[in-house]
Design a binder for this molecule. Structure first.
Ligand code: NAP
Ligand code: ZN
Ligand code: ZN
Length: 350
């Protein structure tokens, strides 16, 4: 086993603190990565605080990982020592079921998708994520980082990027389509960039007045402040697709009314409580309420390559391990423009 060091939470109510733990010894197909940067996703906070009821403690969060390959197993072909590499939300799956074969490992039919942290691997060992100095993973679950992209600003693409790219592609965001994005946070600002880059008419919904100008800069054709009275009236029945990127409980009924006939509202946000929908809201207009989770490995690489071609990265604010609690509090308040990224150089005791 490889001894390593990072930050962990030990219960739903305790702060992150320094933690020593172990990774498996790299096998023949494994890549050992020294982490340089890790994005802070709202899912880190949901899970550390056990808001989804699935916490395994101690938990080392982090699934927006970029680093440098330090060691490769004898059968590794994709990477060599010194390469820049990335890991997102998944580090393994069954690899043989229909979903895995289709490149949708996150939906593994055998329930064998192994999340980067807060999960157990195929040997029953708990996985530890990117708030630590290094990580070991099978090369099939490691991504190549395009050389022209800033590595720190690339880290959030590994979750916020793919989680928004995948449904926008699936529901065919592009020219002639009117797409809505709800919530301008880590996921929302990537959704906005992608929808705009795909050529769709893109409308941002936000509760924050302070984000209106940014939303336009990030690619919104129009920005709607959802705390204003009657905000939804002018847009009723006009959207092909709306992507909900909100982390907290909110009423989706008004958004369903904005969809055209056969339109879809897809949530990627995962608040802790169930979503309430009146059947009339979807029955009239044959509308769909859908969800989507991250993206498979092939599509994640496709997304990174798309970002390389179109010069897309996340808008980030760098932070450090000694300010991590403050950063989490600011994420919860919606006060980050638009993704915090931890610099692993600030991890003490390395
Ligand atoms: P985030 O950066 O905190 O962004 C969430 C945004 O939601 C905020 O910036 C805010 O935008 C809006 N918001 C917050 N509280 C709200 C409220 N009470 N009512 C209405 N709007 C509110 O979070 P994130 O990292 O983007 O993650 C968003 C959600 O997606 C989380 O639940 C996360 O767990 C989930 N997630 C899911 C997947 C997946 O695979 N499905 C992957 C990653 C994350 P405005 O200020 O613009 O209103
Ligand atoms: Zn995430
Ligand atoms: Zn599978």
């Amino acid at each position: 086993m490889i001894k390593t060091h990072g930050y962990a939470t030990h219960s739903a109510t305790t702060a992150l603190a320094p933690f020593d733990y172990e990774h498996r010894e790299p096998g023949p197909k494994d890549v050992f990565i020294a982490i340089e940067f890790c994005g802070i996703c709202h899912s880190d906070i949901h899970q550390a605080r056990n808001e989804w009821g699935n916490a395994i403690y101690p938990m080392v969060p982090g699934h927006e990982i970029v680093g440098i390959v330090k060691q490769v197993g004898s059968e590794v072909t994709k990477f060599k020592v010194g390469d820049r590499a990335a890991i997102g939300c998944l580090v393994d799956s069954c690899r043989v079921c229909a979903s895995c074969k289709a490149g949708e490992e996150q939906y593994c039919d055998n329930n064998a998708a192994v999340w980067t942290y807060n999960a157990k691997d195929r040997n029953g060992n708990v996985t530890y994520g990117g708030y630590g100095e290094n990580i070991v993973a099978d090369e099939g679950f490691v991504l190549k980082v395009p050389a022209n992209l800033d590595p720190a600003a690339t880290a959030p693409l590994l979750c916020a990027g793919i989680t928004t790219y995948s449904p926008l592609k699936h529901w065919k965001a592009g020219p002639g389509k009117k797409i809505g994005v709800i919530g301008l946070g880590g996921l929302g600002h990537m959704a906005l960039k992608f929808s705009h880059a795909f050529g769709a008419t893109t409308v941002q919904f936000t509760t924050s007045k302070s984000k209106v100008e940014d939303a336009k800069r990030l690619g919104a054709d129009e920005v709607i402040l959802t705390r204003e009275p009657n905000w939804h009236a002018p847009h009723a029945g006009t959207f092909d697709f709306i992507l909900d990127c909100v982390s907290a409980e909110h009423d989706i009924t008004p958004y369903l009314a904005l969809l055209k006939r056969d339109g879809t509202l897809c949530t990627v946000g995962i608040p802790s409580s169930p979503v309430a929908i009146h059947a009339f809201s979807v029955a009239i207009g044959r509308k769909s309420f859908a969800g989507s989770a991250i993206g498979g490995l092939k599509e994640t690489q496709e997304m990174l390559d798309f970002c390389s071609e179109h010069n897309i990265v996340s808008d980030i604010e760098m932070t450090s391990f000694d300010k991590i609690e403050e950063a989490w509090e600011r994420v919860v308040k919606g006060d980050v423009k638009y993704r915090f990224v931890l610099d692993l150089k600030t991890l003490k005791g390395k």
